[in-house]
Design a protein around this ligand. Structure first.
Ligand SMILES: Nc1ncnc2c1ncn2[C@@H]1O[C@H](COP(=O)(O)OP(=O)(O)OP(=O)(O)O)[C@@H](O)[C@H]1O
Ligand SMILES: [Mg+2]
Length: 575
């Protein structure tokens, strides 16, 4: 906890000081009331009342002022801590790769980033106040009581010793239940997130009723855990109130007897009772504190579970620093074998090179490892050393930013942000002017479509570009890659939703740009590969053939089979 507060020491101590002054001012009031009570009916007491009244008003004013101060300072501090933890979480998540995001659900991450961090914020504001108040108010009240009568005080507070048992009993249970509640909230959040982003699937398969039922059961589970937590919290508060009631009974009984026997004055008994009731708040504060702290700590554990992860793909300790950004790139893959975790190899002994100015086509069956290969090239997946080289240097030796600056990568699944077309296309460099953006869109054969849109480049895209067609989305991401204009271009099946005529226009318009670039085009259609200088055929993670279109046809192997099949399909399609 302290490690988060350390940065805001000053705010923290000022607010605690203000809190101390509030508590102290409050504690002086019963003493004055007791004195008023004892002077009731005496001569000249009016003047005394007036002065006492003014004193109480003054104390009230100081309670008002200092309470205002501790609140603004402590809440400011807790909001800053909240921001630090949230930013730290976000920055940390940014360093993670597929290894991490493949395991965690978006809904769960969102729940931790929002809901858990709210609990943490409460722990740092009201959690701290309740502990501080419980301790300070409790001890000060005790001090004031002791100054009246030691024996009497000991009798009055003896039931409070039960409190330690109560704290021990409730603390662990609340912690465990809080973890469960937060965990169920994550589940709920994941469910909602998936059902809404997959709402097309849901509707087309008529799954509404089933999803309603499934949601009801997840939601009921969340309710159930919350009710259990609520029950234990209620029990905690009730027990504390009960202890205070016992104390009150003791004080009234023993104190009443003392007053009758003339040992204690009536005013002292009144003051004593006021003090005892001032203990009510610190005691309840202990209840709050247990509750808020256990929830906050449970949430902190959940957040630290994420921030404690070590990113798998990181900058090397002694990176290779190119003198200036290379204009061209020669790519070399040497005997690359790769598998996910302990699984069977997805790529086996793959060797491939692409020289500047060369376009290599990669074709292969579904699941043959094409996307895996390009993710390795972009270091989105982790490779062993000495397997992939850019300009003769192992890619693991580059800083990640330097490495990725070398690649214009169009992923297989086009991803668009819910912002304008301009910002989506110029995502790499938002300072680019409209002309450059339009030029890239023109090369991707999309300028006509954009011009027809009422808001042009300012047209807002829905989440993931829902208001675009599949082919438009693909072309949008192609335009994004063109605008980045790196020495190495990778197209992962980026023309699959684009008809052959459009594809031809795009590739022709890119020819001048590709003059000194290394280009890797992955495709399922032979037609996409006709511009490739060389074609590589991948099958079950192995390169089975390599050569120009003509050479491969003459070899009459796997490529030739694909070619014939596609020709046949085309012919059947036309008939
Ligand atoms: N994150 C992952 N964890 C485990 N296995 C994976 C993962 N991603 C892909 N695979 C497996 O790796 C194999 C190759 O997948 P890859 O995406 O590279 O195929 P592909 O050639 O791009 O296929 P497609 O033509 O359908 O795009 C598949 O069998 C797939 O199940
Ligand atoms: Mg793929």
């Amino acid at each position: 906890m302290w490690k988060y507060i350390k940065k805001y020491k000053l705010l923290f101590f000022i607010s605690l000081l203000a809190l101390l002054l509030v508590d102290f001012s409050q504690l002086l009031i019963p003493r004055i009331i007791g004195q008023i009570y004892d002077t009731l009916g005496e001569e000249g007491s009016f003047r005394f009342f007036l002065i006492s009244g003014l004193k109480i008003a003054g104390l009230g004013l100081s309670v008002f002022a200092f309470r205002f101060f501790w609140r603004i300072f402590l809440i400011r501090m807790s909001r800053k801590v909240e921001r630090d933890i949230r930013e730290n979480l976000f920055y940390r998540l940014l360093t993670f790769s597929q290894h991490f995001f493949g395991k965690w659900n978006t809904g769960d991450l969102m729940a931790r980033a929002i809901n858990d961090i709210n609990h943490i914020q409460r722990m740092f504001s009201f959690g701290i106040v309740s502990i501080f108040d419980a301790v300070v108010m409790g001890l000060m009240t005790l001090g004031f009581m002791l100054s009246y009568d030691v024996k009497f005080t000991l009798i009055a507070v003896s039931p409070l010793s039960l409190l330690s048992f109560i704290v021990l009993y409730f603390e662990k249970r609340i912690h465990r239940l809080s973890l469960l509640v937060q965990n169920r909230f994550s589940r709920l959040s994941t469910f909602v997130q998936e059902d809404f982003s997959g709402n097309f699937v849901l509707k087309s398969l008529n799954r509404e009723e089933e999803e309603k039922n499934r949601f009801a059961s997840v939601s009921l589970d969340y309710l159930d855990k919350n009710v259990r937590l609520g029950r234990i919290q209620a029990l905690l508060h009730a027990s504390i109130t009960f202890i205070i009631a016992i104390s009150n009974v003791l004080v009234i009984y023993v104190g009443g007897k003392n007053v009758i026997n003339g040992i204690t004055s009536k005013g002292d008994l009144i003051a004593f009772l006021s003090y005892l009731n001032m203990m009510v708040w610190p005691m309840i504060a202990i209840g709050f504190a247990i509750n808020i702290h256990q929830r906050g700590r449970a949430s902190l554990e959940r957040v630290e579970e994420l921030t404690g992860y070590q990113p798998v793909i990181t900058d090397p300790p002694n990176p290779f620093l190119p003198e200036k950004k290379p204009e061209t790139l020669s790519v070399e893959v040497r005997n690359l074998t790769f598998s996910f975790g302990e699984g069977a190899p997805i790529l086996e002994n793959v060797s491939l090179s692409i020289a500047p100015g060369e376009t290599v086509g990669l074709i292969g069956r579904i699941g043959s490892g094409k996307s895996t290969l390009v993710k390795l090239l972009a270091r989105l997946l982790k490779t062993g050393d000495d397997t992939i080289f850019f300009n003769g240097v192992d890619i693991n030796r580059y800083k990640l930013n330097d490495l990725r600056a070398l690649i214009s990568y169009v992923p297989q699944e086009p991803f668009l942000f819910s912002t304008t077309i301009r910002e989506n296309v110029a995502y790499y460099d938002t300072s680019l002017d409209d002309e450059a953006v339009m030029e890239a869109l023109r090369k991707a054969d999309l300028s006509g479509t954009i011009e027809e849109m009422p808001a042009g480049l300012d047209t807002s895209l829905g989440e993931r570009g829902v208001n675009l067609s599949g082919g438009q989305k693909q072309r949008m991401t192609i335009a994004r890659a063109i605008l980045k204009d790196a020495p190495f271009f990778i197209f992962d099946d980026s023309f699959s939703s684009i008809d052959t005529d459009t594809e031809e226009r795009i590739l022709t318009s890119l020819a001048p740009l590709f003059e000194n670039k290394s280009v890797l085009i992955i495709a399922h259609r032979i037609s996409t590969l006709r511009y490739a200088d060389r074609i590589v055929v991948l099958d079950e993670g192995r390169i089975v053939e390599e050569g120009t279109h003509q050479e491969l046809l003459e070899a009459r192997g796997a490529y030739y089979d694909i070619f014939n099949r596609q020709k046949l399909e085309e012919k059947l399609g036309r008939e």
